[in-house]
Design a binder for this molecule. Structure first.
Ligand SMILES: NC(=O)c1ccc[n+]([C@@H]2O[C@H](COP(=O)([O-])OP(=O)(O)OC[C@H]3O[C@@H](n4cnc5c(N)ncnc54)[C@H](O)[C@@H]3O)[C@@H](O)[C@H]2O)c1
Length: 390
């Protein structure tokens, strides 16, 4: 038996919409013959692409439709029509448009009674994120927010290590995120991220972007956050946009934070689009425990147990005798790891169709927005901030 599930993909011509959600998640699921449920049952997505630019939608629908089903995917600029059934029956609404557009689209989808799934952040202010969460909850609609990092191979391995007690007591967590985003100025290459990321009036800023991720990552792997102190900065004040025009950056492009958990564990995360990488990966998280430590990248994890720990002595007058990188072992690959966004899509669709448990709701997403907002408050007021129950 095939459970057909119709999905409206909105804002799909953007970077995330096209690469992660359309190509690597839904097209991949469709090409595999749907989500296999055992005993011959499966969930098969049927998608329609929506957005503002008909020509971009047509190109995307033709290219990906042909590669996936052999036929162009349906598409339209008439979102209202897609929601009210003018183009067929679609039960799920997904949004990967800009952060500041999200609220309007969620309102429309809620009014149409759709199950709602969307990119993070759901808003730039927690009051708005909470309003949207309440709107969909009060309407009794199934809902979810992308929390993709939880399904990255590196963090799935960390979770498994934690569950088998590898770390002993976890003492501290240090996250280093970032890479050089080109400015497009002074002979530099064009930027590899959308220019709105560097304008706060367009929903940009690294704190609102990354603290949402740090919230669910820390919360799910290490425990709930009790308080934080944060500082942000706009390191680079001028960049060139997609049209080649120079603009003034109004949003933070680097952010530094210490999060203290309820059990006292300290998690410190640096985030920046103005750093050059000399570490294993674009995100590297070091977890130090009484029995062992781990350094997780997006895919690989390196381990050092208590018994492998070298005993350094401070002496800058001689060449360092210890090759520190040699005392780390690569964590074994337990399985084949599929795309993180795709796994979360599969879980969400199983939740919608089969009513399976799901905890990555708009309300959970709002907590990430709250953390970013309180981070900005800490920065502006130069002080520690407690995190109240949302
Ligand atoms: N989960 C993650 O790791 C992750 C990573 C990057 C971005 N994001 C989030 O995904 C969202 C999209 O980011 P992106 O990097 O793809 O940006 P983008 O600029 O590449 O894409 C935004 C898309 O929204 C569309 N759009 C904007 N206004 C619209 C409107 N009024 N109606 C319809 N469509 C509209 C744009 O045309 C574009 O297709 C943002 O909210 C961002 O915070 C999440």
């Amino acid at each position: 038996m095939t459970h057909r599930i119709g999905i409206i993909l909105n804002g799909v011509t953007g970077r995330m919409g096209t690469n992660q959600h359309l190509e690597r998640s839904l097209c991949s699921i469709i090409k595999e013959g749907g989500i296999q449920l055992g005993s011959g049952q499966r969930i098969m997505p049927e998608i329609i692409l929506t957005g503002r630019n008909e020509e971009k939608l047509r190109v995307l629908a033709e290219e990906h439709g042909r590669k996936t089903t052999g036929e162009t995917f349906p598409y339209t600029t008439d979102l209202e029509g897609a929601l009210n059934g003018s183009y067929g029956n679609y039960e799920v609404f997904f949004d990967a448009s800009g952060t500041l557009q999200r609220g309007k689209f969620i309102e429309m989808a809620a009014a149409a009674g759709k199950a709602i799934y969307c990119e993070k952040p759901t808003a730039t202010k927690s009051a708005e994120a909470l309003r949207l969460a309440k709107l969909v909850d009060d309407a009794g609609l199934k809902n979810g927010v992308v929390q993709d990092k939880l399904w990255l191979p590196g963090f799935r391995k960390v979770r498994a290590l934690r569950d088998r007690g590898y770390f002993g007591d976890i003492l501290s967590v240090r996250g280093e995120f970032g890479y050089w985003v080109f400015t497009g100025l002074g002979g530099e290459q064009p930027a590899q991220r959308p220019s709105w990321n560097y304008r706060s009036e367009d929903g940009g800023g690294i704190m609102i972007d990354m603290f949402c991720h740090w919230h669910y990552l820390i919360n799910n792997l290490f425990g709930p956050i009790r308080r934080l102190v944060a500082y942000g900065n706009t390191d680079i004040t001028q960049r060139r946009n997609e049209h080649g025009d120079a603009f003034t950056c109004t949003a933070d492009d680097s952010a530094y934070a210490i999060f203290v958990l309820h059990d006292g564990t300290v998690c410190q995360f640096n985030s920046s689009w103005c750093v050059r990488v000399r570490r294993d990966d674009l995100l590297s998280v070091e977890i130090n425990g009484t029995k062992g430590s781990a350094v997780a990248g997006l895919r690989d994890v390196y381990l050092q147990s208590a018994s492998d720990t070298p005993k350094p002595v401070w002496n800058p007058d001689v060449e360092q005798p210890i090759q520190f990188l040699d005392d780390w072992q690569k964590a074994p690959e337990g399985m084949v790891y599929d795309n993180a966004f795709k796994i979360q899509w599969q879980d969400f669709l199983r939740h919608v169709v089969l009513d399976e448990p799901w905890c990555y709701s708009l309300h959970e997403g709002a907590k990430g927005v709250q953390l970013a907002e309180l981070g900005m408050q800490s920065w502006m007021e130069s002080r520690w901030v407690e995190i109240p129950e949302l």
